[in-house]
Design a protein around this ligand. Structure first.
Ligand code: CUA
Length: 321
């Protein structure tokens, strides 16, 4: 298994067991396919039509019939017993498992560690330590898939599902959403980082906490704000660079200061104050975005500088990061 290029890395305690069962299924399939095709060709040649041979009625044989019933029965029982014992062994979560929460939503994975540290589209875990994930979706069905661990679990709205694993090797592994969940399903990817326990503790300690601007930038991408607020063909909403601190003109020709309060209101209740010249197309993010995240988004929007081709009034440069 190891080193076979068609397979992902083997990085959890159950991965080898799953691979072994999979290879057994492949071997059985190959064996019977070859056997059946060989017999078809052999009989086609041996019993081909010839003028001096008459068709004979065969009454069958009891021994043969019992054999071809019993052999597949035993094989399927082996597959059933093997598969279910793997499944049962993997359903029992060890008591010492580290509990981590996962929330899936269009189109990101949000992961929260017990000490409050959270991350987006990344999952940091210590090696040789069972980890239990409690997962829920905020909208549609997603599927949490880590090929190197041989684990895949549908994540459902309105219900918690759990999954556990024990990583065996430090490294970085792919994390996918394996259930089509909308336009940006293919972008709902990330990585699992398996670390030595000491490194993990250090990471969890939060000395490397990212700045609000960086968090805000991720949120801006993950909430797909960038789709409408970017420049170019897709721009349907005001480009936000350089707006902070300026007065913006609204539909009824009044003006409003582009500040924290206005940004927050526009995220929670986008139609309250529409900027002149733009359609009211923005959906509300009420309930999807926490106050903490709004603060990060504001920090990011403040850090944006104007894009070229803006009118003179909006070129006032803003404070840096
Ligand atoms: Cu989430 Cu596909």
């Amino acid at each position: 298994m190891i080193g076979f290029p068609l397979f992902p890395e083997v990085a959890s305690t159950i991965a080898s067991g799953v691979d072994l069962l999979y290879f057994f299924l492949v071997a059985i399939t190959v064996l019977f396919s070859v056997l059946i095709f060989a017999l078809i060709f052999y009989f086609a040649v041996k019993y081909r039509r010839s003028p001096d041979r008459k068709a004979q009625q065969s009454e069958g044989g009891l021994g043969l019939e019992i054999t071809w019933t019993a052999v597949p029965f035993v094989i399927t029982l082996v597959i059933f017993t093997w598969g279910s014992s793997l499944y049962i062994a993997n359903s029992r979560v060890p008591d010492r498992a580290l509990a981590i929460n996962v929330v899936g939503r269009q189109w990101m994975w949000k992961i929260q560690h017990p000490n409050g540290r959270s991350e987006i589209n990344e999952l940091h875990v210590p090696v040789r330590q069972p980890v239990k994930l409690t997962m829920a979706s905020q909208d549609v069905i997603h599927s949490f898939y880590i090929p190197a661990f041989r684990l895949k679990q549908d994540v459902l709205p309105g219900r918690y599902v759990t999954m556990w694993f024990e990583p065996t090797r430090p490294g970085e592994y792919h994390l996918f959403c394996a259930e089509y969940c909308g336009t940006y399903h293919s972008g709902m990817i990330g990585r699992v980082v398996v670390m030595e326990p000491e490194d993990f503790q250090k990471w969890l300690g939060g000395v490397t906490e990212e700045s609000p601007v960086q968090t805000g930038e991720k949120l801006f991408t993950n909430f797909n704000c960038v789709n409408c607020h970017a420049t170019g063909a897709l721009q349907r909403c005001p480009q936000l660079g350089g707006l902070y601190g300026t007065e913006v003109r609204l539909e009824d020709n009044s003006t409003v200061k582009f500040d924290e309060a206005y940004i927050r209101e526009s995220i929670i209740n986008p139609n309250a104050k529409i900027v002149k010249g733009y359609p009211a197309v923005m959906p509300t993010y009420r309930g999807q975005v926490s106050e903490e995240q709004i603060l990060d988004l504001i920090a990011y929007i403040r850090s944006l500088t104007p894009v070229k081709e803006q009118t003179g009034s909006a070129t006032k440069s803003t404070e840096g990061r």
